[in-house]
Design a protein around this ligand. Structure first.
Ligand code: C2O
Ligand code: CU
Ligand code: CU
Length: 550
């Protein structure tokens, strides 16, 4: 079997058309009390490209058996959701294989979790469901080492008291997050805010969630999971893993390199980077062919950024034609006007290398994601005015303690059970205050080592955390429980007058050799929550720690 290439997809006349994903149906809805969902995790065989054999996946499936890719929970602010997540991936105690062709040792990184949680490793087929961006109590947050085993179920309570936004849900099982998400266990959690309706943003069939992912597929229709494997440095003999997945094919809403029919008016596009490792520099191209003679030419569309991870920004921010960086785990919402490009085709593409080390985009890394087929009639004209306020965002007050420093580094050590043997570098986190014997060098800690004083925060306290990246790659850092503000080192958003725009984030890309400082209020719940790199292979290999709100 050989891999299907991007060139094959591009030249085919069979490219799939996207349909707008239908939200999951609650089993029942009790107004002012809660919505009850039953969502089953099941093996499903589905077509991802017309003319190719079906692909085996693991998906979140409606209680009535209907399947939509991606699964979307649509909730309303202040109406809680109760979800029964039921793991039906296999019969209890049966051996389970992931649905893709596994070319690597799995778990890929037999992670050294440290001394305090022997036996906490999970197994293939174990799942953990996490509502990313959700303000939920610890018991419903999806603790990586407390899996739902095949045949079991768990009930999670999502209060939905937070602001409306494009959140998402995905698997979070210790050691298996990368492989479970790769299998298909990811979807949207869109929280709608009643007041938002007054803004008159594009809505209904002009409002689309789009999840961007990358895959390797072979001609039998199976996805393939392949990472770089093990590299030996010929000079020193030391072994290094390449713990990053890079797929040659784009998968958008469960379809390979799809097309989407749009009318020549405004659309709201809710973009989620649901990839394991791949960063995107989002740009629009004037053609639906990879006609690189037109590379860099920007179509005559008008686009504005209106929301980030935590919902609407204070004002619409300019979309920069040379690209918008979207790291794994991040969301961004664009409103795009196709009015002046009726009767034409455009492509949303990325042009940066993976792993992403900060190099500017180039045509060599051209990676088309999705084409828009713009028609010439409009059923319901949508409107958008960029010079306006969207939401009031107050700055969090400066904390009265200095910033805490969290260092991102590589830790070289023997990994138990690693087929490579020897010393292996693992991406790692040194929490605030964790230093080697010399008293200064940051010391990476394992996931299961005790929570440090630096990781303990008083309920409702506001703190600055500086992520200092000593490695050569970008790392998207994510905290559970809360939305934060980026104080320094983040992307600059400016409105139509050049004034800066405020935003809430839950994931932020930290550049190699650089740092990002975030400001967070640790609320509204006490308890233990994880923070980690959202490159899923890094998270699985232990670039994850726990903070505790007391
Ligand atoms: Cu998107 Cu800890 O996760
Ligand atoms: Cu999360
Ligand atoms: Cu990382």
């Amino acid at each position: 079997m050989s891999d299907i290439t991007l060139a094959q997809l591009i030249s085919s006349n069979n490219r799939p058309w996207l349909t707008q994903p239908k939200p999951l149906k609650p089993v029942f809805r009790i107004p002012f009390l809660f919505d009850y969902y039953r969502i089953d995790m099941k093996p499903v065989s589905a077509n991802v490209y017309p003319g190719l054999p079906n692909t085996d996946l693991w998906l979140y499936v409606n209680h009535d058996g209907t399947v939509a890719v991606p699964a979307v929970i649509k909730a309303r602010r202040n109406q809680p959701a109760l979800v029964k997540w039921s793991n039906q991936l296999a019969s209890p105690n049966a051996a389970v294989n992931h649905p893709f062709i596994n070319e690597n040792q799995m778990p890929m990184m037999p992670m050294n979790m440290g001394p305090n949680c022997q036996g906490a490793h999970t197994h293939p087929g174990d799942t953990v469901v996490h509502f990313h961006g959700g303000e939920v109590m610890p018991g419903s947050d999806g603790k990586p080492t407390r899996p739902i085993k095949p045949g079991q179920a768990s009930f999670d309570w999502y209060p939905n008291r937070q602001h409306g936004a494009t959140y998402w849900m995905h698997d979070h099982a210790m050691d298996f997050t990368a492989s479970n998400v790769y299998s298909g266990l990811a979807g949207f959690y869109i929280l709608e805010e009643p007041q938002e309706a007054a803004l008159g943003l594009p809505s209904g069939k002009y409002d689309w969630p789009l999840v961007l992912q990358d895959r390797i597929m072979d001609s039998s229709g199976k996805f393939v999971y392949r990472i770089g494997g093990i590299e030996v440095d010929p000079a020193t003999g030391s072994k290094a893993r390449v713990p990053e997945f890079v797929g040659a094919l784009p998968l958008v809403n469960g379809q390979l390199l799809p097309r989407m029919k749009v009318e020549p008016t405004w659309y709201r596009l809710r973009l989620l980077n649901g990839s394991n490792t791949r960063f995107y520099n989002l740009r629009f191209h004037v053609t639906d062919q990879p006609d690189l003679s037109h590379y860099g030419e920007y179509p005559d569309i008008d686009a504005w950024l209106i929301a980030t991870d935590g919902g609407l920004t204070s004002r619409p921010a300019r979309y920069e034609p040379n690209g918008l960086l979207l790291a794994p785990g991040e969301r961004v919402e664009l409103v795009v006007n196709f009015a002046r490009v009726g009767n034409s085709q455009l492509t949303l593409y990325s042009d940066i290398a993976v792993p992403y080390q900060g190099d500017p985009g180039s045509s060599e890394d051209y990676f088309p994601l999705l084409s828009f087929d713009v028609g010439n009639t409009v059923q319901q004209a949508q409107h958008f005015e960029p010079d306006r306020n969207l939401r009031n965002i107050a700055d969090l007050p400066a904390p009265n303690i200095p910033p805490k420093t969290v260092t991102l580094l590589e830790k070289v050590e023997a990994v138990p059970g690693d087929a490579a043997g020897g010393l292996t570098p693992q991406a790692s986190i040194a929490p605030h205050g964790s230093v080697e014997a010399d008293g200064v060098t940051p010391k990476g800690m394992h996931y299961c080592e005790a929570i440090t004083a630096g990781e303990t925060v008083v309920l409702n306290a506001t703190e600055d955390w500086s992520f200092v990246n000593t490695t050569g790659d970008y790392h998207p850092m994510h905290l559970h429980l809360l939305q934060f503000q980026v104080v320094s080192g983040g992307q600059n958003l400016v409105d139509c007058n050049g004034a800066s725009v405020k935003a809430w984030k839950d994931t932020v890309a930290v550049p190699p050799g650089g740092s990002v400082t975030i400001r967070a209020k640790f609320a509204p719940y006490k308890g233990e929550y994880v923070y980690h790199c959202h490159i899923l292979e890094h998270e699985d290999m232990g670039m994850m720690r726990t903070f505790k709100v007391v």
